[in-house]
Design a protein around this ligand. Structure first.
Ligand code: G4P
Length: 534
């Protein structure tokens, strides 16, 4: 009995010191640079360059083998765990390459908060908008880091307005820039009441700052010119009036995004971001299952799989499944229950991710990510626990953007083709839709690169030869209705355009936007959904 109490006290402490988050941005805004600098400030790596070298080069779009290789390398950096000021930080990497956006969406289901990097020259870009939509759906708390202040960027007020308008979230400046580009002097941290001085090409991690609690004090003029001081005082006056005080609850509910200004490549503004992040970012939270809410503090282990990384080498079929721990303590060599398969599995090879290294672990806590070696039993979205039937929700598939029909080129290898397709879909490489009528199979992805990946892997790993033909499709919409009769009527009248997804759910395959709208108008009792969970 005593042991259980001791254990749960430990669990409480471990949960309280965990922060699990992801960094998202439009490619080139500085995600990799910021990741690296956070690891440097956190003491997890000793020199710059390590993360950079494993970054997927978005310019190498034509050479997907190269990209896959880089993705292979990036397994090591998929999850970077490190301790900073007594807090265990788990930073989940999200692929910047837009063809792998679905991977990013899924990774966002495993984090408790995100840091969003925005380039001050380019402002809010398209990929950022899409990623923000996913955060909004889940009410994920967001902190913005406006990067590249050493460049002549846009006016900070315009940037804040743009974030509010395009990302549909209120903002709250935590620091304020003094000048920009060539005249960039630094920032005043409203959070820590410090004046931080910028020096270009700074290589050290030493901060250069003075504490100034009251910026109306004439002391300010000792450090910046009279006109800069006046401008700063006016700005701070204005932003205090407009944005008021930050209510941490609003941030935690995903309604307000605290905003920092900095320059990641110059080590500027990164430590402030990290220090504030560990103060305010959420600890692991409860999660919904189809039966009940599960709390991290529960003594029974539970978790879900949000990512599967395949080994590209056909001689070693094993894959790594990434599990986000949601409750209890994960223990290596324990038997855990896969709810979907209603079967127990023993995982003797669990791996934790510490910055650049993988290491075998014996215990892991809510918020942590462990890697499990798997020979093909696990699937994205699977729940593992100690025997309860509850399945975690909130790991949806999104309607793909590009569709192609799979054509089998070798009738002798039909079985292999089907097996290969199912396994690749389990890994989340793409989505498969099987038409109700005939045996047509359509694969949907967010990027064209995946078709090459699938074709190559089907051939090399399963011996199946295939071709992907263009099809005229706009969206795959999941649908349902309260009215069984109307649902049947709809399915009967549109049977040529109805397919099933990997879980057997009905999907309406809409050919054009206009046609989809017309169908929606003609069948008002049918609800159409753009994600698989509704
Ligand atoms: P990403 O992961 O979001 O795609 O962006 P990444 O960090 O790779 O940064 C994209 C480019 O922006 C890099 O330049 C990087 O050095 C630069 N960068 C990052 N932070 C800052 C900053 O604060 N100021 C300025 N001026 N540039 C910044 P690159 O030329 O593509 O690569 P590299 O050769 O410099 O490594």
């Amino acid at each position: 009995m005593e042991a259980v109490i001791k254990e749960s006290k430990n669990l409480k402490k471990e949960i309280a010191r965990r922060r699990t988050f992801g960094i998202i941005s439009h490619p080139d805004a500085g995600k990799t640079t910021l990741t690296e600098k956070l690891l440097l400030f956190g003491g997890a790596i000793q020199k710059a360059g390590a993360v950079k070298s494993s970054k997927i080069d978005r310019h190498a779009t034509s050479d997907w083998m190269e990209i896959e290789k880089q993705r292979g390398i990036s397994v090591a950096t998929s999850v970077m765990g490190f301790d900073y000021r007594g807090i265990k930080i788990n930073l989940l990497d999200t692929p910047g390459h837009q063809d792998f956006a679905e991977d990013t969406y899924r990774t966002l289901t495993a984090v408790d908060s995100v840091v969003m990097v925005i380039d001050c020259v380019k402002g809010v870009e398209i990929q950022t908008e899409k990623l923000m939509e996913v955060c909004r759906m889940r009410r994920t708390p967001v902190i913005c880091f406006i990067n590249k202040l050493d460049r002549e960027g846009r006016d900070p007020y315009d940037l804040l307005d743009e974030i509010e308008a395009k990302l549909k979230i209120k903002v709250h400046p935590m620091s304020w820039p003094i000048g920009m580009g060539k005249s960039f002097k630094g920032v005043y941290s409203l959070y820590e009441k410090k004046l931080l001085f910028f020096s270009p090409s700074k290589q050290t991690l030493q901060e250069d700052f003075v504490q100034i609690d009251d910026i109306s004090s004439p002391e300010l003029e000792k450090f910046i010119s009279g006109s800069e001081a006046k401008q700063l005082r006016d700005d701070i006056d204005l932003i205090s009036g407009v944005y008021g005080d930050l209510e941490i609850e609003d941030y935690l509910n995903g309604e307000v995004a605290p905003v920092f200004f900095g320059s990641a490549v110059n080590n500027f503004g990164v430590k402030e971001l990290l220090d504030c992040f560990i103060d305010i970012a959420p600890v692991p939270r409860s999660r919904e299952t189809d039966l009940r809410e599960i709390f991290p503090i529960e003594d029974k282990f539970s978790g879900f799989i949000f990512k599967i990384h395949a080994n590209m080498d056909p001689r070693h079929r094993n894959r790594i499944a990434f599990v986000r721990i949601c409750s209890g303590i994960f223990e290596r060599r324990s038997n855990y229950h896969n709810v979907r398969l209603n079967k127990n599995f023993r995982f003797s090879n669990a791996t934790a991710f510490m910055a650049q290294d993988k290491e075998t672990i014996d215990f892991a806590y809510p918020g942590d990510i462990v890697g499990l070696y798997d020979t093909g039993n696990l699937k994205i979205g699977d729940t593992l626990n100690e025997g309860e039937r509850a399945l975690f929700k909130g790991i949806p598939s999104f309607s793909p953007e590009i569709f192609r029909e799979v054509i089998n080129l070798d009738a002798m290898k039909t079985k292999q083709l089907e097996k290969g397709l199912v396994q690749l879909m389990d890994e989340g490489v793409a989505q498969l839709f099987s038409y109700e009528m005939g045996s047509r199979k359509v694969v949907g992805t967010v990027g064209v690169l995946q078709f090459e990946v699938i074709q190559y892997r089907l051939k090399n790993e399963y011996g199946a030869t295939s071709r992907f033909d263009s099809v005229n499709l706009y969206k795959a919409c999941w649908f349902d209705s309260r009215d069984e009769k109307k649902l049947k009527e709809f399915i009967d009248s549109k049977y040529r355009h109805i397919a099933r997804d990997k879980d057997g759910k009905y999907v309406f395959m809409a050919e054009t936007k206009a046609w989809l709208q017309m169908v929606q108008e003609n069948f008002p009792q049918i609800n159409f959904h753009f994600t698989s969970e509704f």
